[in-house]
Write a protein that binds this ligand. Structure first.
Ligand SMILES: Cc1ncc(COP(=O)(O)O)c(C=O)c1O
Length: 485
């Protein structure tokens, strides 16, 4: 249980529920139930929360209690509400769904849904071969206990070689293998941030990073990124560092999630210098560094400019290879890696040896796999951009030069309403507010281009249809005669 939501709070969350698409075709109770389902789907209404009593909600919404009773009954029938006589009603999801810590729900068997909520590609065809080769390698490890808190040496060497090839000389003892980049972030926060410590993040930013920071009860300040190609405003970013002197700053300099921005070399150098001057550690998330598109040249890694062990880089296999592998890493000074390993044994001891071996084999074929990945992503991005230009020409997008997402500026503050409506037509979206802290960013929507082009085009068609429905519903509302006294 996460508590109770009061009638006025739920009414505020529901907003213009009566004006959602399809409203004119469905009775009030069904529209209300649909709006509550939408709030659950996009995580604005948590699971396990107690809904207001029927009378209280009816008063807050200024509708009849019978309508609320019918809506609650409907929600119970669809598996979105559990009620106990005399105790109340709690939100839930139908049996086959679960909810991640950020409130994003993960479909287990919903095959008809086009899922634009996740920005991660399917596995490359080489994965099976790599898994077979890894199984053949496994006997070399079976004689030992299998715990390698910093990772197996072969993988650490391969990851270190990747950094060295990018112009950042790195040895295997500067690498710690983790179970994904998210795990790397969590471990770094455990090591480098006392509970309640101050952190600067970009806004918008990666929602699960915010979840990790919430886990440390971090005090967060934000640097707002521009929606256009520039992204970071150098003076503002350096000014925030100097004024707020955070303990940590979390940055995604390569094809930032969600905006797709690429931080220029000059700013990288200045950020590292400013961070050192004010005593801030930089956590640099390089999740998308392998995915420049259209031959875009990458600036040097942020850590190239670091002479004082201020920069901790994290990265992983999920975007260039496969998220299901759960392999990530930290690159830091060797003593920091040892300290991280000491923290790690209190968490999960070590990453699975077999998965690390799979990663070694994939990295050995990085050239082919990642080149193919980039070609596919560029084609999918272009298909998405074309579909948007045709079906939603009022939306503004900056063409990302890499990564897997674009950040669309909508033609109104409708992102959450749109996500709710899209869910009804089989498209899952991550609305703009998910990428911020305070419920703003309603004018923005992240669109990943990790699905096949045909799915993206179909999804844009469905989104466009509900977008215009929202407008029609909105106009109808405005045409209602106002009472003049
Ligand atoms: C910026 C960023 N960091 C971390 C992650 C999590 O990656 P992993 O699957 O390696 O834990 C993601 C995944 O979307 C991401 O976009």
């Amino acid at each position: 249980m996460t508590g109770q939501v009061r009638g006025v709070q739920l009414a505020r969350l529901l907003g213009q529920w009566h004006a959602l698409p399809g409203r004119r075709r469905s009775p009030d109770y069904a529209a209300l139930a649909g709006a509550v389902r939408g709030l659950l789907a996009d995580g604005r209404l948590p699971l396990g929360v107690r809904l207001p009593a029927e009378r209280e909600l009816a008063e807050a919404l200024r509708i009849s209690r019978t309508t609320v009773t019918a809506a609650y009954r409907h929600l119970r029938e669809t598996g979105h509400l559990a009620s106990r006589r005399g105790a109340g009603s709690w939100t839930m999801l139908p049996g086959n769904h679960r909810v991640a810590s950020t409130g994003l729900w993960t479909p287990l068997d919903d095959r008809d849904m086009i899922d634009l909520g996740a920005a991660a590609p399917a596995a490359p065809p080489q994965l099976l071969g790599a898994a077979r080769a890894a199984a053949e390698d496994l006997p070399r490890y079976l004689g030992g206990a299998g715990y390698h808190p910093t990772g197996i040496i072969e993988l650490r060497e391969a990851v270190a070689a990747g950094y060295t090839a990018r112009g950042l000389p790195t040895s295997a003892d500067q690498i710690m293998v983790t179970s994904g980049t998210q795990h790397a972030l969590d471990l770094v926060l455990r090591l480098a941030l006392a509970p309640g410590g101050s952190v600067l993040v970009e806004s918008p930013t990666y929602p699960n990073a915010l979840a990790a920071l919430a886990g440390r009860r971090a005090r967060i300040t934000t640097h707002g990124l521009a929606a256009d190609a520039d992204g970071w405003d150098s003076d503002l970013l350096l000014g925030s560092l100097r004024q707020t002197r955070p303990k940590l700053a979390y940055l995604i300099p390569e094809f930032q999630n969600p905006t797709g921005h690429l931080m220029p070399a000059a700013l990288r150098e200045r950020v590292v210098a400013a961070a050192h001057a004010v005593g801030t550690d930089l956590v640099v998330d390089e999740s998308f560094v392998d995915l420049p598109l259209d031959g875009t040249e990458l600036p040097p890694p942020v850590a190239v400019y670091d002479r004082h062990s201020r920069v901790i880089s994290i990265g992983g296999m999920s975007k260039p290879y496969w998220g299901g592998l759960r392999i990530g890493w930290v690159r830091a000074a060797a003593p920091q890696v040892q300290r991280l390993a000491a923290v790690r044994v209190g968490v999960d001891m070590a990453s699975p040896v077999l998965d690390q071996l799979v990663a070694v084999h994939l990295l050995a074929h990085a050239d082919t796999i990642v080149t193919d990945r980039r070609i596919t992503l560029a084609a999918q991005r272009d298909a998405l951009l074309d579909a948007l230009a045709q079906r939603l020409p009022d939306w503004r997008v900056t063409v990302p030069r890499g990564g897997v997402t674009l950040w669309a500026e909508l033609d109104g503050p409708v992102s959450s309403a749109l996500a709710r409506a899209a869910e009804e037509v089989g498209v899952r979206l991550a609305p703009g507010p998910r990428f911020g802290l305070d419920g703003t960013l309603e004018r923005f929507l992240r669109l990943p281009f990790t699905l096949p082009a045909a799915d993206l085009v179909e999804a844009v068609g469905r989104i466009a249809a509900v977008r215009y429905d929202l407008d029609r519903a909105g106009r109808q509302r405005w045409r209602e005669p106002a009472v003049i006294a």
